[in-house]
Design a protein around this ligand. Structure first.
Ligand code: ZN
Ligand code: ZN
Length: 273
């Protein structure tokens, strides 16, 4: 991992990716030399590192594909941004997993950045976003934290968090719950109505946990900026009172679109298309 920065710049210079690179999702190969003698600790060391990187928001998939040859393990990782594996983003759990790798006899991991996903969402490049949005769907692989100004994704490892602070894991937990409800709404049939309620009702269990999370993200020591909860509004079904915030009942339709949103209630921290 210490070599990540050098390996990435070497690749970037040698093999410039095709098309535009607006940041966002990249694929990388992490190469881990096998120890001289196999042990149970060595077997578990890579899954532990990958789990820690995922929980810290540095790797998008919780169980990325891994292949082995005689010398090394090769993990193919989706990263939320090109700099995701820079050591400066490692939290205490990733550093502990790296120490376990070394203790189990593995060589230091090396990283090769393979390129940007040409279909991925662009990454937020704003210096100081005025606000954020918590938004995902069951097909979204990216970070569910979006910049309200440019609509770009914000990798979770960029959320300020002190040692032992599990805010990034909490965002991942909420994202899993949201994806599960969204998938049930689209694909289940039998559970469609209950799942849709979770997505559209401002007071559903899913919305309540998402709004609580937004408040925690907005507060110090995290983002220090408003974080709006994006409330799903199904197309073609106008709610009974479209101009009223579904939480407080005050007018929330915007004269001008705000990023992807046409509705917003500042008092309730809600936004919608
Ligand atoms: Zn932005
Ligand atoms: Zn409201």
């Amino acid at each position: 991992m210490r070599e990540a920065r050098h390996a990435r710049s070497a690749i970037a210079m040698a093999v410039p990716g095709p098309g535009r690179d607006t940041g966002g999702v990249h694929t990388a190969r992490l190469i881990l030399a096998l120890p001289d003698r196999p042990t149970a600790e060595a077997d578990h060391a890579l899954p532990r590192l990958l789990g820690a990187l995922h929980q810290n928001g540095q790797v998008l998939d919780s169980a990325p594909p891994v292949v082995a040859d005689e010398q090394a393990l090769h993990a193919y990782l989706s990263l939320p941004a090109a700099d995701a594996l820079d050591p400066e983003h490692h939290g205490p759990y990733v550093r502990a997993a790296l120490a376990e790798l070394a203790a189990a006899g593995h060589g230091a991991p090396r990283v090769r950045l393979l390129g940007a996903d040409p279909h991925g969402e662009p990454e937020c490049g704003c210096e100081t976003p005025s606000a954020y949005l918590l938004y995902t769907t069951f097909v979204d692989r990216d970070s569910p934290l979006r910049c309200a100004d440019c609509s770009g994704t914000v990798p979770l490892y960029r959320i300020p968090a002190g040692p032992g602070d599990l805010i990034r894991s909490r965002v991942l937990d909420w994202q899993q719950q949201y994806r599960a409800c969204d998938r049930l709404w689209i694909e289940s049939g039998a559970l469609e109505a209950a799942a849709l309620h979770e997505l559209v009702a401002a007071g559903s269990d899913l919305s309540a946990s998402g709004r609580e999370l937004c408040a925690a993200l907005a507060a110090a020591p995290h983002l220090g900026r408003p974080v709006y909860y994006y409330l799903h509004r199904p197309g073609g079904e106008e709610p009974a009172a479209p101009d009223a915030c579904p939480s407080c009942g005050r007018p929330w339709r915007l004269d001008l679109p705000w990023g992807v949103c046409g509705h917003r209630c500042d008092g309730c921290g809600l936004a919608a298309a």
